[in-house]
Design a protein around this ligand. Structure first.
Ligand SMILES: C[S@@+](CC[C@H](N)C(=O)[O-])C[C@H]1O[C@@H](n2cnc3c(N)ncnc32)[C@H](O)[C@@H]1O
Length: 197
């Protein structure tokens, strides 16, 4: 299983605000592009993928939306509107939830009110954690087990103090080269690197 966690620091946790923000400063389209490249291949999808989108622009709690590609019956289209529609549906389902609650949205999709750090702490128990960072070790030199988990951000960088806590959880920094890429482009290169093994 390949797991991707996108920490979307600018993405609103209100569904209609998220949809209205496409093309604006919050750039929620980054979520759609990342989902698209993590889950879809031409004429099919990758069943061995889990994606967490963690949306952090909130009046109450961050939302972590979990997409398990192999359990999704109705993946729908791969255009931005369809994918952001799924995100907005999960956000709507999460209205009124208390701290660290979870709700099922549809087959293969759940939403939780949980902070990024807490989620990653849980994932550390049974995943090999990698923080995607231009200053990391080259991906070609990295050995991967059965459950790698790749941590990425939207256009807002990971706060510096987060790197310390991720390191304490055993996360390793890996790079895809010196050029700054979109998270969605990183996902394609990660899949390629793993597909080639
Ligand atoms: C658009 S970049 C973030 C830009 C942000 N302004 C910053 O300075 O971090 C989105 C994410 O993609 C990953 N990323 C981008 N380029 C990368 C590279 N060359 N190697 C590894 N990860 C990369 C990082 O996780 C980064 O947080």
């Amino acid at each position: 299983m390949r797991t991707f966690v996108l920490r979307a620091r600018a993405a609103p946790t209100d569904g209609s605000k998220l949809l209205a923000a496409v093309g604006q400063e919050a750039h929620p389209e980054i979520l759609a592009h990342t989902l698209m490249n993590a889950i879809f291949v031409a004429q099919s999808h990758r069943p061995d993928v889990v994606v967490y989108l963690v949306l952090e622009s909130t009046a109450d709690f961050s939302r972590a939306i979990r997409f398990e590609a192999g359990a999704m019956h109705d993946i729908g289209g791969f255009d931005e509107r369809a994918l952001l529609g799924k995100v907005a549906k999960a956000l709507d389902a999460s209205r009124g939830m208390g701290k660290e609650e979870e709700r099922a949205v549809e087959s293969g999709v759940t939403v939780r009110t949980i902070a990024f750090e807490r989620l990653v702490q849980e994932l550390a128990a049974d995943h090999q954690l990698f923080v995607m960072d231009r200053k990391g070790a080259p991906i070609r030199e990295q050995a991967f087990g059965d459950a790698p988990c790749f941590l990425l951000t939207d256009h807002i960088p990971m706060p510096k103090k987060t790197f310390g806590s991720l390191e304490r959880l055993g996360a390793k920094k890996i790079t895809l080269g010196s050029r700054m890429l979109f998270a969605s482009q990183c996902v394609v290169l990660i899949h390629h690197a793993l597909d080639e093994r």
